[in-house]
Design a protein around this ligand. Structure first.
Ligand code: HEC
Ligand code: HEC
Ligand code: HEC
Ligand code: HEC
Ligand code: HEC
Length: 393
């Protein structure tokens, strides 16, 4: 077990001695959720590389770039501490998800968050221990093996959306359609209940491959979920989520419809923080390729329970702190389309005024992780495109 991981230069020497003991259940984690992930990474090396460096993914994010000679970037879980500090905000509340302590998994259909275990959370991001250590200090797992040097306990909920619900939803059980941080509720109400699919969050976000649970163990390879959690920073993940087509409603007129269908996500697109946005941009090109008409729609979550709208800007002046800042910037961008819900087909109509002639309609879907950043975020990703030749008489 001496094959230590030095990619981050933080390999823990104490562990060298622990790992040579290898007596059943001799390894404990007194620091709880503040146990550095490197500690687990000494023995679970491949999982650690996925989590800390994104090895095996196409994750890309400026926020998430920890110095690494790897083409991908660290997962958002590994770097979650940088985000709230950079944005200011109510640190205690932000911590409950971004630096979370150990927690109990709520019942399968409830949302529920325990108060953050701030003492244990430490100044580190979401760690292996955040998700895997029970408040009693046992390692929650899919299976237990006699090879494990630590006490583990089978937790079926580890393979269900309930474990993700601890953080991927606002703390109330009330669904806010079109609101931000609704991912778990969107999955439960729009995807799971109507039977659009049987997938839990893990089935899409932690695809399993056959591998050893710990590299130096005698245990045989088993199906282990990959620890990459690709989302808005992955072109691969975004690519299959929305389908786009163009319809000419009247074959002699520029009466156009755009069909945007959520075929790939088990929740709304975009989902999560209201900074996420999807743009649908349409250009009508004449035969010389010159744009004669252009239109753009934005799909995004609202900041609060009401739609973002410039009409509220005056009223927003009464708000203070983080809420004032965040509600104002959302309203300043004006009204927009709500996110496309799981299984929804959104039809958008547009009848541009055009001179008679032959045109090519080009439509494009792009994703941004930060619709408020100016100039436009450099991490925009193409999600799909379509083209149609039309005649306008
Ligand atoms: C965001 C929560 C989360 C974090 C962080 C996390 N895991 Fe996991 N882990 C899971 C889930 C969920 C599964 C089960 C996946 C499945 O198969 O559905 C899992 C599965 C595993 C398994 C296989 C379990 C078994 O019984 O065979 C191991 C081992 C493991 N994780 C180790 C780690 C290590 C090491 C780290 C840190 C580098 C880590 N995990 C970080 C959520 C997490
Ligand atoms: C000293 C080495 C070592 C350390 C440190 C270690 N593990 Fe393990 N772990 C193992 C071995 C060995 C297994 C069993 C592998 C097998 O079944 O082949 C295991 C199994 C697991 C399992 C599956 C449950 C089981 O009983 O097989 C999970 C989940 C897990 N570890 C998570 C963690 C997490 C989270 C940490 C850090 C908090 C951690 N481990 C630290 C060596 C270690
Ligand atoms: C302890 C809280 C917590 C738990 C539990 C948790 N997450 Fe997260 N997750 C976060 C936070 C916080 C972020 C955003 C971090 C950032 O960007 O700063 C995040 C980010 C993500 C992302 C976005 C990645 C990106 O690049 O934008 C995905 C996908 C994701 N989580 C999936 C899951 C899944 C699936 C589960 C359940 C197996 C899960 N998470 C469990 C807190 C959590
Ligand atoms: C059927 C597959 C599927 C299921 C089930 C699913 N997702 Fe996703 N998820 C996607 C796709 C595709 C995307 C990319 C498009 C988007 O951002 O909505 C995505 C994106 C995300 C993001 C990225 C948001 C961001 O800001 O970067 C998060 C977080 C996330 N999912 C969490 C979850 C959680 C939590 C669950 C379970 C409650 C879940 N997902 C269930 C397919 C799925
Ligand atoms: C209920 C859990 C939760 C709380 C509380 C929370 N966040 Fe997050 N945050 C998340 C999750 C989950 C994501 C992942 C992306 C998503 O869902 O879109 C995220 C993403 C973010 C992002 C975007 C990071 C990126 O990758 O672009 C920022 C910025 C952010 N959070 C800031 C904050 C701040 C500031 C606070 C406190 C005022 C806070 N968050 C509180 C769960 C939470």
């Amino acid at each position: 077990m001496k094959r230590s991981l030095r990619l981050l230069g933080t390999a823990c020497t104490v562990l060298m001695s622990i790992s040579t003991i290898a007596v059943a259940e001799s390894v404990t984690f007194p620091m709880g959720a503040a146990t550095p992930s490197e500690t687990c990474g000494e023995c679970h090396q491949v999982l650690f590389k996925e989590y800390a460096l994104g090895v095996g993914s196409d994750n890309h994010s400026a926020n998430h770039s920890i110095p690494a000679t790897v083409s991908s970037a660290a997962t958002a879980h590994a770097t979650s501490k940088f985000t709230p500090l950079a944005s200011g905000g109510d640190v205690e509340w932000c911590r409950s998800c971004h630096f979370a302590g150990s927690f109990n998994i709520p019942g399968k259909t409830e949302v529920g968050k325990q108060l953050p275990n701030v003492v244990n959370a430490g100044e580190i991001s979401i760690t292996c221990a955040t998700c895997h250590l029970t408040p009693e200090g046992k390692v929650r797992s899919v299976r237990t093996s006699k090879n494990a040097p630590h006490a583990s306990v089978v937790e079926p909920a580890l393979q269900t959306s309930a474990v993700c619900a601890h953080c991927h939803v606002e703390t109330t059980n009330t669904r806010i359609v079109g609101g931000q941080y609704q991912t778990y509720m969107e999955w439960r109400e729009d995807f799971h209940k109507p039977g659009l699919g049987a997938q839990e969050c893990q089935d899409c976000h932690m695809p399993r491959t056959l591998r050893k649970v710990a590299e130096d163990s005698d245990g045989a390879p088993v199906a282990v979920g990959r620890h990459l959690w690709t989302g808005g920073h992955s072109a691969q993940r975004l690519g299959g989520s929305l389908s786009l087509s163009i319809i000419q409603r009247d074959q002699d007129k520029a009466a156009l419809s755009f069909s945007v269908t959520n075929i790939g996500a088990g929740h709304s697109v975009p989902t999560g923080t209201n900074a996420r946005g999807v743009y649908l941009t349409v250009d009508v090109l004449d035969r010389q390729g010159v744009s004669r008409a252009r239109k753009e729609w934005l799909f995004a979550p609202n900041f609060s329970a009401r739609p973002d709208d410039k009409a509220f800007l005056e009223q927003d002046k009464k708000l203070s702190g983080y809420e004032g800042y965040a509600q104002t910037r959302a309203d300043a961008q004006g009204a927009h389309e709500p996110p496309v819900r799981a299984g929804e087909e959104r039809l958008l109509n547009w009848d541009p005024a055009l001179a008679p002639g032959l045109y090519t309609v080009k439509a494009r879907l792009r994703y941004t992780t930060d619709r408020f950043r100016t100039p436009v975020a450099d991490d925009e990703k193409e999600m799909g495109s379509a083209a149609l030749l039309i005649t306008n008489k």
